[in-house]
Write a protein that binds this ligand. Structure first.
Ligand code: BG6
Length: 485
């Protein structure tokens, strides 16, 4: 059993807290992974009581995480840990009240989860420090996106580091907490057969897609400041790319893994000059083309100006300039309001050099390893096999490499795993400062090009696979996105 801890949720009434953090903490509670005396303190400006807060949390649990709703007794035990404090980030008195609550249990570890706008991070940390609330074993979790670009990210990192050491700072990217990402590490580094072919001699190209069916919903004003490049590419997509492309680390320690991820980010070839237009696609969803399912255009969403040029889709071709990956393109793509919701990594192997089976051109069916993170987690390997019966007929088939899945004991969700790790001071799946800054450094010139040259996003109908330029990005290289091949 771990030590009791005080978990402080800044942004305690926000979307993230209600949809992800509380359901995850409740799961940890049910599994006995929270020490009995651990406390959860929700903080926000709304003047509500702890009882009202728990009621709001329960309603959200039923709505957003119905599978997590346990028994009445479990919830009522959980709420014994939960309290709410009205806290205005500018009010010294409120921080004094908070310190009184924390001092009741002075010797405990403290976990400050900043689920607020990133622009408040420095302010909150400063107030915590000025009120002596940061102890030697306190930790802070920072949600993404941290900053708007390299400069602002560096400034947040610099300021936060005056109060929290790097070991105390946990920069969360929830994609790293997904079950299949863990499994991918095992697949790569606990099996010799994949590793020996994991390079430009055998692999033709790699695709990473995060497609969302949903639009921006009620997050229009957030999205207007961020856009898909900052919301999804700078973090989730690049982190997945790192896990796929990194060299074998010398151990599974946090820094061994993060050192290798950093090397990948540093080896990313900068996208500049004519490649800015050739290798990057910026899109925005328009109204759906489908008459039966009428989906709004992004520009008609709540809090979005009708002339907005913010992107809701990005596709790009990245190159990792090192010995292992030279010549192997990584096609990354993500968008909202796409044809379906899925996240998958496709490793497409090179075609066989010569087919000896004249009846069938097996060279047109290359091997493919398809790692699906969601909605259904799976790892499948496409190979060619003989069709049963007379003749030498070949057909593609998929070998299922899925781990045993026990429906009664589903794997933890990403937030559950990452909260568990942060509570137990394991930073392996969190981003280090240098990684975050290297990712911004690579992404910044693309955003600058869009801004300076007023690059208007290409429209795609809501419910489709993105703009035509995305298909073209691969077609120019004689390749197809996975759903088309
Ligand atoms: C978040 C983004 O980080 O990830 C959202 O801010 C996005 O815009 C979400 O919808 C997707 O996460 P998941 O786990 O639902 O694929």
């Amino acid at each position: 059993m771990n030590e009791p801890i005080d978990i402080l949720l800044f942004g305690g009434r926000g979307d993230l807290t209600q949809r992800k953090l509380i359901p995850s903490l409740f799961q940890l509670h049910k599994k006995g992974s929270l020490a009995p005396d651990s406390r959860i303190i929700g903080l926000s400006r709304s003047g509500i009581s702890s009882e009202e807060y728990c009621e709001i949390l329960f309603n959200a649990l039923e709505e957003y995480a119905p599978k997590c709703v346990g028994t009445e007794e479990q919830w009522s035990n959980f709420t014994q840990r939960v309290s709410f404090l009205t806290l205005d980030g500018n009010s010294r008195d409120d921080f004094i009240k908070l310190s009184q609550i924390l001092e009741e249990q002075q010797s405990r570890h403290r976990l400050f989860y900043l689920a607020t706008q990133p622009s408040l991070y420095v302010h909150i940390c400063r107030n915590l420090a000025e009120n002596n609330l940061i102890t030697g074993d306190s930790r802070v979790i920072l949600e993404k996106p941290i900053g708007q670009d390299l400069k602002t990210a560096q400034e947040i990192n610099r300021q936060v580091s005056t109060w929290f050491s790097e070991e105390q700072t946990y920069r969360i990217d929830h994609y790293l907490g997904k079950e299949t990402v863990q499994n991918l590490l095992i697949l790569r580094f606990a099996n010799s057969m994949f590793e020996s072919q994991w390079n430009n001699h055998y692999i033709d190209h790699i695709q990473i897609t995060i497609a969302e069916k949903i639009g921006v919903g009620t997050r229009g004003s957030f999205f207007e400041q961020v856009g898909t490049m900052r919301d999804m590419v700078q973090n989730h997509l690049l982190q997945l790319l790192c896990i796929i492309a990194m060299e074998p680390p010398y151990s599974s320690s946090p820094d061994a893994i993060r050192d290798e991820k950093l090397k990948v980010l540093k080896a990313l070839k900068p996208i500049k000059d004519e490649a800015l237009q050739k290798n990057v696609v910026r899109g925005q969803y328009g109204q759906s083309a489908n008459e039966t399912e009428k989906l709004k255009a992004y520009r008609n969403e709540e809090d979005v100006p009708t002339d907005s040029n913010m992107e809701t889709f990005v596709a790009l071709k990245a190159e990792v300039d090192n010995w292992r990956w030279s010549g192997v393109p990584f096609y990354l793509r993500t968008g909202k309001r796409m044809a379906t919701g899925l996240c998958e990594i496709v490793v497409e192997y090179k075609k066989i050099p010569h087919s000896i089976f004249s009846s069938f051109n097996s060279s047109s069916i290359p091997n493919k390893l398809v790692i699906r993170l969601q909605p259904d987690e799976s790892i499948k390997l496409r190979i060619c096999e003989k069709r049963m019966g007379p003749g030498m007929n070949i057909q593609p088939t998929e070998l299922n490499l899925n781990p045993d899945q026990n429906a009664n004991d589903p794997p933890p969700t990403a937030y559950e795993r990452l909260l568990h790790d942060a509570i137990n001071a394991n930073a392996t799946l969190f981003m280090r400062r240098d990684e975050l800054e290297a990712a911004w450094q690579w992404v910044d010139p693309i955003i600058e090009d869009w801004n300076q040259n007023n690059r208007i996003p290409e429209m795609y109908p809501a419910g489709s696979w993105g703009p035509a330029a995305s298909t073209l990005l691969l077609a120019k290289d004689g390749r197809l996105w996975n759903e088309m091949s």
